[in-house]
Ligand binder design. Sequence first.
Ligand code: SAH
Length: 283
Amino acid sequence: MGDSISLPGGDWPVLEPGWVWLCGAGPGDPGLLTLHALNALGQADKVIYDALVDEAILGWAPQAELIYAGKRGGKASASQRDISLKLVELAQAGHKVLRLKGGDPFVFGRGGEEAQTLVQHGVPIRVVPGITAGIGGLAYAGIPATHRDVNQAITFVTGHDQSGRTPATLDWQAIARGSQVIVIYMGMRHAAGIAEALMNAGRAADEPCAVITSATTPRQQVLETTLAAMAADIAAAGLEPPAILCVGRAVLMRQALDWLGMVAGVAPRNPDPLGRGRPAEAS
Ligand code: SAH
């Protein structure tokens, strides 16, 4: 911790006193941070961060006071309203505020609510997108989010709503029919219910699924399973959140594209998991 990293030459924006920059920190691996986020880390005097933000990333803001706003890890949890108002207060006190959130701030992270509160209080903001766990996690598991032979659509859903239950507002029938690949955030606790809803909507019991925990971190684990077996396999493997679930035949591509496995010396299990022979020429 404590080393600052210099940005490549360029005209980087200045984080002015009284502003809040709402930045994504990516899914875990510090290398997946954007340069705009790094630029913010170098300038902020207050960094308000979430539970899923890596320590190494925080180390790139040695000059800043670090304020924990997470909702995990046994520390006291701040309410969403308290966090939003804290941001307003810090900005109005003339601080250069970096609000750092896991993944992308506007994907299942309540960044929209924080941004709205800031705007309602007249606080100027900048938003820096990040690599969301559903995209970065899939890539680190060797699963292409789209693949011409598998899917023309991908759907990102949350596995629980404000009350902590499987969201009743989701039309699982429509999702099951309309999207060959489905990526579920915050779904591990409800894996059984989600799998059942998808099977009731016509998805096959033996459809390939992956559960990716602590994606892009050194603790990443990937469980390959099927819709019918997913919940029991999660329990048997003793997996812990955070996790994303991926449902769909794209998961099979991991047999060829588990590049992290290859880095560790494991040969691809199957170079042609979809049985299509050589990849088609670009058309
Ligand atoms: N804004 C974040 C999502 C916040 S919701 C983003 O864009 O990624 C928190 C959920 O994100 C977790 O419950 C989990 O489903 C997912 N998640 C975040 N980081 C993850 C990681 N490193 N590995 C697996 N899932 C992750």
